[in-house]
Each structure stands twice: as structure tokens, then as C-alpha cells.
Design a binder for this molecule. Structure first.
Ligand code: R1X
Length: 243
């Protein structure tokens, strides 16, 4: 039995599957949908629950905001024994075709953050596992509303400084949305031999032509978060059945 020093969970409590999300409150929300749910630890921004979905053991852990802190969570979950990680998050949209409330399944992420540069060379892809991405997309399509899959962008900066972030180019090149942690998740999972996927609920526009006042605390976003949680849990059951 090994204690993970930062998450403060023991390896004996690990499951094959983990759902990860930024917000500790969202981790609790997800845990309420599990059978036999129990809180394992709440250390810094990392809150971990254990439970079961349709008999499949699963962990739920919050990873906070930003790649560097989130990568600590992903690394320790994998060290503890987790084999499949699914991020359930929020992101800004690049397209009026995908307004707030839409769901995006990330096939791969642009590494527009600093953390993964310290882990892998330039050009190394941040790509989701095809089985996990397919299960997430199939599960999400069972829900109401707009569901797309494609490339997302991971940034470090949430608020802008004096440097321009090339949102327009990312959008022109085909990216669908921007958030902060998927690149780290995909690179860490690949590096450590785990598999990962991610689904995000759009909570506004990142494109400056479309941007409004940022307010992720709307009923539209809350409904989309509920749908993506349901999709992630269905995907876990589907993936567990494929073994
Ligand atoms: O990934 C982004 C970050 O974790 C999206 O939402 C958070 C900031 O509110």
C-alpha cells in the first residue's frame, strides 16, 4: 500500500477508471451519482471520492485549474493504479455553431501551455485514446443538444496579458474550443501508459468576435455539465464492458 503524497489517497483504494474534473464541488456532484460513494481525501484542490457505476469501481478526483497542478493529479492517479482517465470539464467555444451548453469531445489538444514542454519534445502530440474518445462520443450523442468531437486548445493563461493568443488561427485551423488541462492529461497518460479522453461543456465564447461577459454559472451550463457527467459515466460502463 502506497500513499500518494499530494492526493493523499492510497494505492489500495485505486480503481481502473477515474473521472477527473477541475472543481472539487463538481467532484462531489459526480460522486452523488455513484453507488457506495465515499470521500477518500481532500488535499489542497484535490478531492477524491470512490464509488461504483453499474458495478464498475471508479474514482472521481478534482484537479484544480491549470496544467501544472492538474498533471500532479493525473500522475498520482496513474501511480496509484488508475488505467483510464476521463476529464469532465468546461471550455470556451470558437464557433457560433456551438454556443454555451454544447458538448465537445476532445480528440486531441493543441499544446499551448508550458507544462508539457517540460515533459516531451516539440511536436509530440497530445492525443486522446481512440477507444475512450469513441465511447465518450457515443455516450454523449445519446443526450440532448449539440455534441461535436474534434481538436481543443489547452492554454495556461486564463486572463490575457500583453501577449496576443492566436485564437483566430486556432479557430481557422479547425480547433473547436479552448480550455486549460486536456493537453497535460493526454501527454501524461501517453507517457505513463494509461489511456485518457475528455469531454467539455461549453460555457461561453473564446473568440473575440463572439465573446460576451464570462458567466459559467448559468442554468444552460449546469444542464450541459449534467449531460457530460452522464455521458462520462456511460462511457466508463461501456469501456469496462469491452475488456
Ligand atoms: O479548463 C479551464 C479551467 O480549468 C476551463 O475552466 C477553468 C477555468 O474556469
Amino acid at each position: 500500500m502506497t500513499l500518494m503524497p499530494i492526493l493523499q489517497i492510497h494505492s489500495e483504494d485505486a480503481a481502473d477508471f477515474a473521472i477527473v474534473c477541475g472543481d472539487p464541488k463538481r467532484a462531489e456532484l459526480i460522486s452523488k451519482k455513484l453507488d457506495n460513494a465515499r470521500e477518500l481525501a481532500f488535499s489542497r484542490e484535490y478531492r477524491t471520492f470512490t464509488g461504483e457505476i453499474d458495478g464498475v469501481p471508479i474514482l472521481v478526483t478534482s484537479h484544480g485549474v491549470g496544467s501544472a497542478g492538474a498533471a500532479v493529479c493525473f500522475e498520482e492517479l496513474i501511480r496509484a493504479g488508475v488505467k483510464t482517465l476521463i476529464r469532465v470539464g468546461t471550455a470556451g467555444s470558437y464557433s457560433a455553431d456551438h454556443p454555451a451548453g454544447s458538448l465537445i469531445v476532445s480528440t486531441a489538444a493543441v499544446r499551448a501551455e508550458g507544462l508539457t514542454r517540460q515533459l516531451v519534445p516539440d511536436g509530440f502530440p497530445a492525443v486522446g485514446d481512440s477507444d475512450v474518445v469513441s465511447a465518450l462520443y457515443a455516450a454523449a450523442q445519446e443526450s440532448e443538444g449539440i455534441v461535436k468531437k474534434g481538436i481543443t486548445v489547452s492554454l495556461d493563461a486564463f486572463f490575457t496579458g500583453v501577449e496576443e493568443i492566436p485564437h483566430r488561427k486556432y479557430k481557422q485551423a479547425g480547433a473547436l474550443a479552448v480550455e486549460m488541462e486536456i493537453a497535460a492529461l493526454y501527454v501524461v497518460a501517453t507517457l505513463r501508459g494509461a489511456r485518457a479522453g475528455a469531454i467539455v461543456a461549453l460555457d461561453g465564447y473564446a473568440d473575440s468576435d463572439l465573446a460576451e461577459v464570462y458567466d459559467p454559472h448559468t442554468n444552460v451550463v449546469a444542464d450541459a455539465v449534467e449531460r457530460e457527467i452522464a455521458a462520462a459515466l456511460r462511457a466508463v460502463v461501456m469501456l469496462a464492458g469491452q475488456k
